[in-house]
Design a protein around this ligand. Structure first.
Ligand code: 6AU
Length: 396
């Protein structure tokens, strides 16, 4: 550990003023405001459990970590689906969403996995992580993808359909780069890159679906209903998006609440490099960890910091944040004495005080310690108090 780095003795409020990444600055402010350095790893297996847990434990945490690919019933609708609902809970309770995707592939593939496909992780996750085994170019590719995406969503498009066609209530699952036919069917969506700048646009679309494509009941092969031929007049106006919010509020669902004391999270996206792992026999070497730190320094505008087992800031101008999994407390009433064993499947646990006070991490990531407790919200509070106390002990 870089044990003499000044960041270890700085408060989160102080680090909020100096961190290089806007989302890291926001996160440190949130930590100071909520007196929390706790991330919940919400490793449950249904969307319903995930949303319920996020709502209940939200007040105690500053980061909610997901593995979207282990959630049954994940709704991919970018406006009303599980990601959008999590984003609303994040605004309400004041936490950031961290999709623990551990990207590792060639640059082009990770760009698509991050921004496109079914999950469109970039749309709802403030933070994601990557395994650097694929090399530094992968980090550059992800940084470019995030910059392009941010540029694209800078403008909000408002679309009004003046002569309607029957519209599917399913979401548009077409390529987000492809426009404009599907887009015209939405009342309002995040802007797409094909038009930037202010002003409006008016045009007519001819929507033709052949008889051969249709099944019974005037339903086409992918289940949509619609006219055989319809003409739709579309008016689109492009406005700069004032709010960092990406998904529209659905007032009828009551998801418009915003956590008091801080503005909404910035629209910037951030990456954590998986620099060290908690698992027994992990093959990540010291050279690999060093390469992660160097890559982070090369991409300070995108890399927020590390998933690691210790603090890795070493250069004077390193302002990275550290998040550490493999964290567990002994049962209530038992003494905290550092090591708390493992899960029998390679996971190794340490207590919050060892990880924060001794190893210098900033945020502890806790999964089963909370999710498998009898009362997850009160257990989350116990973890929050212990991790915060460990941070205060480090400052002292
Ligand atoms: O507290 P647990 O053991 O129930 O869950 C730990 C969570 C899991 C792991 O996928 C993740 O943390 N994790 C990671 C991450 C966050 O990248 C790295 C690591 O080294 N160990 C680890 O457990 O969701």
């Amino acid at each position: 550990m870089a044990d003499r780095h000044p960041a270890l003795k700085q408060t989160f409020a102080e680090r909020a003023r100096t961190a290089a990444h806007p989302l890291t600055r926001y996160l440190f402010r949130l930590m100071d405001l909520k007196a929390s350095n706790l991330c919940l790893s919400a490793d449950v297996t249904t969307a319903r459990e995930l949303l319920t847990l996020a709502d209940k434990v939200g007040p105690s945490i500053v980061v909610l970590k997901t593995h979207y690919d282990l959630i049954a019933g994940w709704d991919y609708n970018p406006q009303t689906g599980t990601g959008a609902k999590l984003a609303a809970l994040a605004r309400k309770h004041g936490f950031l969403i961290f999709e623990d995707r551990k990207f590792v592939d060639i640059g082009k593939t990770v760009q698509l996995q991050y921004t496109a496909g079914t999950a469109r992780i970039i749309e709802w996750a403030h933070i994601t992580n990557a395994n650097m085994d694929a090399g530094r170019d992968m980090v550059r590719a992800m940084a470019e993808a995030a910059a392009n995406w941010k540029e694209r969503i800078h403008y909000e498009v408002k679309t009004s359909v003046t002569v309607g066609t029957p519209v599917s209530d399913r979401f548009d699952d077409s390529d987000p780069q492809q426009e404009p036919a599907s887009q015209a069917q939405s009342q309002s969506q995040a802007a797409r890159p094909q038009r930037e700048g202010g002003g409006g646009d008016k045009g007519e679309m001819l929507d033709v679906v052949s008889h051969q494509q249709r099944g019974r009941d005037n339903t086409d092969v992918d289940g949509r209903k619609g006219s055989i031929v319809s003409i739709t007049t579309v008016t689109q106006s492009f406005e700069p998006a004032d709010s960092p919010r990406l998904t529209k509020s659905h007032h009828d669902q009551g998801d418009d609440a915003v956590f008091p004391g801080i503005e909404e999270a910035p629209v910037d996206r951030g990456l954590l490099l998986l620099a060290q792992m908690s698992s027994r026999g992990c093959l990540m070497t010291a050279d690999y960890t060093r390469a992660c730190v160097e890559a982070a320094r090369d991409h300070r505008g995108f890399v927020m910091g590390f998933v690691a087992q210790e603090a890795l800031n070493s250069a004077a101008d390193d302002t990275f944040v550290h998040m550490t999994p493999g964290c567990k407390l002994p049962p209530p009433g038992e003494e905290e004495n550092g090591q708390v064993g493992g899960d029998g499947l390679g996971q190794q646990y340490n207590t919050p005080s060892k990880l924060v006070t001794v190893c210098g991490t900033d945020i502890v990531i806790v999964g089963r310690g909370i999710t498998e407790a009898g009362d997850p919200p009160s257990e989350a509070e116990r973890y929050r108090r212990r991790a915060w106390k460990a941070y205060l002990a480090r400052l002292a």
